[in-house]
Design a protein. Structure first.
Lengths: 450, 297
């Protein structure tokens, strides 16, 4: 069978001759509602709109969609299952086959996966990594899905756009990076949320007097320190410089970068000692056990806290201001979502599925399973949110610019083979900043130049 | 009656035999070519490119020796990795292997509870190094580990780059000694008891018997043990990978290759250059081994 040359042709084919005479608009109106309520049987649901200018079928789709998911832990896995099931239920005749792969393996094998025979849709992150695959032609253009997507902010759209101006990604959930602390501990000791770096230092000194490790820190896996670097760079040099630095356009020996490391060296004594042997989970537990005062991490650290009262005791504030001309309006909030492979077997149903994923219904199903993240669709009903989720949503909404995370904002080879060892070296030896920056710059030139 | 049937070369074989013989030669040769030489040569060739693992082979750009120059000059983990591989080799060779041999001799002499010792020393060998890394994590963890809990110390066993290599080597040796013990024990059981009796009658002490009689007789086993030690220290990988992906004091060449090639990084060209360096080092050891083995024949 030949491939239809356009989406409209494809859809036209799906309409049996017996229905072609029916007024499609009337049927369309019905089909636009929740598909599950349709109950009109296959004939009615086949009355899809062939005159729709977008490529997304507004009517029914059929067949099997395969979905590659990295959500391998029990809880997120169940979440994926629940919204995929909901999609299949809303679209009779459609089934979703989920291929779950262990998170790390999925991430490490992504290049081979996309070049082999990938699933129709697959879970991924926004940012440079997403754009990289788009540039290489390994993922499918889904601009038409975006053309009639409701509830997505411009920031979300920007984060889903490749360097060619087309959209390749559908956001599902995101979560903020910030400074987390336990409300009960802070009210006991009378600590105040620091607004500036100096206040943070004063607070840190007070916590040390009180026998606490001021800032919990664990960098055994190498990536958590990237978060601290990002926060400092966003506060010291601002969002634009940060993005440009991550894109390889700036010189790492620039005094601006050195200032980031200098500032970090100034607060490094406030961090938990011996961080290179500690996992982020262990560091989060020290916060939970009230052995440390605060922790710069993503909100997923709530996973180390018991659901209920203990999680409610968790609160956060944005990383304090360092330079008043830069302010604190840039934050880090990585977005997780879905993409379509370059040549999906069932394009119509894949696009419909992606559109479904962008909508509040699917996103709220995902949150039910993992309450440490929030929905990316601004129409999502937040009444069921925990206090932490509500605050996260507010926090992200009020931010002027949002970065992803170092390993999502720059080339993966640069992040993993250069920055992880470099940041670990810095933590070991915070004195040799010049040597460190020169080394990073030399490697950056070699990697980005090739 | 003198036999007239002298071997006249391959012509003497029946047609069927010829087919069988050629199949027996060709199939393994092809397998070796395909599974060993093709990837090895491919790796060496790729090491002169900057391929990122994406796109057709025609998109590969040759960069000459750039990868090798980068490795030697601007890639900080490389020289520590070389050093760590050498330390690894030295520790296994001078400590773990002799320890394994000692265990074997003691067990062979029949200390009370031999079977118990034998199985408990051998137990770690059954576990994968990845699991060994995890078990020791429970012991070494700074905040929650057994060792610091007992001693009350705060040594960061896995995180402090001055300490962690040695901590890991303890774990690796723990396993390696058991392996060597088993190999050696098998050899010792095969030694003709009359040799020992003869030595005893001649008035040789236990030590003399071992070094003058048993050890020379065990030459084939000794060579195997040495080769196993070399191989184990060159391919050491899984334990450091499990602990911290071979970073921060635990760099090993094999871990660097994996970091660059396997993960999302996909610096195939650069990683291949590292792999080629590893190949060269192994070849040196293989050549030395072959020379020893040939001499024996």
């Amino acid at each position: 069978m030949t491939r239809p040359s356009s989406e409209a042709e494809y859809l036209a084919r799906m309409v049996p001759p017996s229905v072609r005479g029916v007024d499609r608009r009337t049927l369309l109106r019905g089909a636009l509602g929740v598909g599950a309520l349709l109950g009109a049987g296959t004939l009615a649901s086949c009355g899809s709109s062939s005159e729709s200018s977008s490529g997304v079928p507004t009517g029914a789709v059929s067949g099997e969609v395969t979905a590659g998911s990295y959500s391998s832990d029990a809880v997120p896995k169940a979440a994926v299952q629940s919204y995929m099931d909901a999609f299949a239920k809303a679209n009779p005749g459609t089934t979703v086959k989920i291929n779950t792969v262990d998170h790390n393996s999925f991430q490490e094998n992504i290049n081979n996966y996309l070049q082999g025979s990938p699933d129709d849709v697959f879970s991924w992150f926004a940012g440079y990594r997403m754009q990289f695959f788009a540039e290489k032609g390994l993922v499918g253009d889904i601009s038409d899905v975006w053309s009639n997507m409701s509830g997505m902010s411009d920031a979300m759209k920007k984060a889903s756009t490749g360097s060619d101006g087309k959209q390749y990604f559908v956001p599902m959930t995101n979560y903020p990076w910030a400074v987390f602390y336990r409300k009960s501990l802070w009210s006991d000791k009378g600590y105040e949320v620091p607004k500036t770096l100096d206040e943070l230092k004063t607070l840190g000194a007070q916590m040390q007097k009180d026998g606490l490790a001021p800032i919990a820190f664990g960098d055994k896996d190498g990536w958590p320190a990237m978060g601290t670097f990002d926060q400092l760079n966003l506060r010291i040099n601002g969002y634009d410089f940060h993005v440009s630095l991550m894109a390889g356009k700036e010189d790492w020996t620039d005094p601006k970068v050195k200032k980031v490391f200098d500032t970090w060296a100034g607060i490094l004594p406030l961090h938990q000692a011996d961080s290179l042997g500690r996992t982020w989970q262990e560091a989060a537990q020290s916060l939970q056990q009230k052995k440390s005062g605060m922790y710069v991490l993503g909100s997923f650290l709530a996973q180390q806290f018991e659901k209920g009262a203990e999680q409610d005791d968790l609160d956060f504030f944005t990383f304090p201001e360092v330079d008043s001309t830069i302010g604190t309006d840039a934050i880090e909030a990585p977005i997780d979502g879905w993409m379509m492979s370059a040549r999906p077997k069932n394009e119509a149903a894949s696009k419909k599925l992606l559109q479904y994923i962008s909508q509040p219904e699917a996103q709220l199903l995902a949150l039910k399973a993992d309450p440490s993240v929030i929905a990316t669709n601004s129409n999502a009903d937040t009444s069921g949110y925990t206090a932490l989720q509500k605050k996260s949503a507010e926090f992200i909404k009020s931010a002027k610019s949002i970065s992803q995370f170092m390993d999502r904002d720059t080339r993966p080879d640069f992040a993993s083979t250069v920055m992880i060892p470099a940041l670990q070296n810095f933590i070991k030896n915070p004195k040799d900043i010049d040597g460190l920056c020169t080394s990073i710059q030399a490697q950056k030139k070699s990697i980005f130049g090739s | 009656m003198a036999s007239k049937r002298r071997y006249k070369g391959i012509d003497q074989l029946s047609k069927r035999d010829k087919v069988v013989v050629s199949l027996m030669v060709i199939v393994p040769t092809l397998l070796v070519l395909w599974l060993v030489w093709f990837p090895a040569v491919g790796t060496v060739l790729l090491s002169f490119t900057n391929w990122d693992g994406i796109g057709p082979l025609s998109g590969i750009k040759p960069v000459g020796l750039q990868n090798y120059i980068d490795i030697a000059t601007i890639y900080p983990p490389f020289w520590p990795a070389m050093q760590h591989n050498l330390i690894w080799l030295a520790v296994l060779f001078f400590i773990a292997t002799p320890l394994g041999v000692l265990f074997a001799v003691l067990v062979d002499r029949g200390v009370a509870g031999t079977r118990f010792y034998q199985s408990s020393i051998y137990l770690p060998v059954v576990l994968s190094l990845a699991l060994v890394g995890f078990i020791w994590q429970l012991i070494y963890s700074r905040d929650q580990g057994l060792l610091n809990a007992i001693t009350g110390g705060t040594t960061d066993w896995y995180g402090d780059p001055d300490v962690n290599l040695w901590a890991v080597l303890v774990a690796a040796s723990w396993r390696h000694a058991g392996y060597i013990m088993l190999l050696y024990l098998a050899g010792l059981k095969g030694v003709d008891p009359s040799l020992r009796e003869a030595a005893k009658i001649d008035g040789a002490s236990e030590t003399t018997t071992f070094f003058r009689v048993i050890l020379p007789v065990m030459r084939p086993i000794n060579i195997i043990v040495i080769v196993v030690t070399f191989i184990e220290s060159l391919r050491a990988f899984d334990i450091v990978w499990v602990i911290n992906k071979g970073r921060n004091g635990l760099e090993l060449i094999s871990a660097l290759v994996t970091q660059n090639v396997v993960g999302e990084a996909s610096r195939i060209g650069f990683g291949s250059a590292l792999a080629t360096i590893m190949l060269l080092i192994s070849s040196v050891l293989v050549i030395i081994y072959l020379r020893i083995a040939m001499k024996e024949d």
